[in-house]
Design a protein around this ligand. Sequence first.
Ligand code: UDX
Length: 442
Amino acid sequence: MKIAIVGTGYVGLVTGTCFAEMGLNVICVDVDKSKVEKLENGVIPIYEPGLEELVRKNHNDGRLSFTTDLESCIDDVDIIFIAVGTPPDEDGSADLKYVLEVARTIGRSMKKYVLVVTKSTVPVGTAALVRSTIQKELDDRGLNIDFDVASNPEFLKEGNAVIDFMRPDRVVVGVESEKARKLLSKLYKPFMLNNFRVIFMDVPSAEMTKYAANAMLATRISFMNSIANLCEAVGADVNMVRAGIGSDMRIGKKFLYAGCGYGGSCFPKDVKALIKTASEYGVDMEILRSVEKVNAYQKGLLFRKFSLYYNGDLKGKTVAIWGLSFKPETDDMRDAPSVVLIRSLIEAGCKVRAYDPIAMDEGRRILGDECVYYAKDMYDAVLDADGLFLVTEWKQFRLPAWNVVKKVMNHPYIVDGRNIYDVEELRSLGFDYECIGRRFDK
Ligand code: UDX
């Protein structure tokens, strides 16, 4: 079996590479010529643990190739995955122009049966739109060629993408025909050895599953953030509450960590898109509107704590930031809490010194380097600082040499946005320490 993956972004590149690793012949297609050239040379455009090695290995072994020419490979393959971007429109809905452009190209060029699979996160109804777009091109050409459209949403997490793809909890596949079902069963067969399930369903349900999963996870986070804020007010400890409720099997332990808000390329975009889709059908997703509202509040929390601590007297203060990416093990800063915090600090007249193990270039791209000093290391960041914010819980921030930190800071004040430090320890070392929803005597 031979497959094509259109779009070498996060999802496309991981999908193509992992299928190649399972022995399939994979062609990855992208319109960006320089990206394709780099990939041919084993240079990948994103930071993702383990991915670059796999790309190189499979490319060298001849199972993974890259091209800008979709038309020429359409009749060479059995399955085409569409994994191009769906950036949010101004109103929050996913922009399908790239997805439908791929569908048009397929319809214009195909000469035999092909199974087209949508892998990008697309609103309910997109597979039907892809189908009608291909069909229209075939009608225009006066041809009657059989084809299928299926939906196979991706659940991988940034920073853990290769492992998630190789050992997923489940694979969700929406199909319309027995032929498509058989082809996709065959495709995922090598992964069956890992004992996971492929759940077949109808196409709209598969499309909805992706949004429902991300919206549910975002809801858990906003729920816990609200509980944390209440814990702080009533003198309870959110870590204790998490342990208490997480041991209920119905609730489960994962994704209950209070912090400074969720970010990334998926949760914010998908929650917005689901609210929008619902409103188009006259359904009010009240709960998700609240999830968004709580998240926006939470992203402003670190700055508010800092401002309260210094009674609003922030002008000229030096502030250290540990962590820029929206979560560890990625350089992705899309919708990251760090961006909201740093912009507020700059606006208040603070001097910002930031450090991130991987996302420094991305930081410069998004925040510029006029108002932010990009520190050489985590200790350089805290030099002369009146406050230190832990924003992303990278491993290297977990056990700092506190004596060094305290010595070089101007004032030993820490705001821990991820609750990773020990309250008693920091207090006994003489730090003024704040975190999210944990109990301690002020
Ligand atoms: C997410 C989904 O997990 C994945 O299944 C989907 O395919 C894409 O969206 P990702 O965006 O890579 O993946 O990151 P994830 O690890 O899920 O974290 C998302 C955000 O939630 C991060 O900002 C993280 O810091 C935050 N988070 C996560 C919390 O604040 N608390 C938690 O308990 C868990």
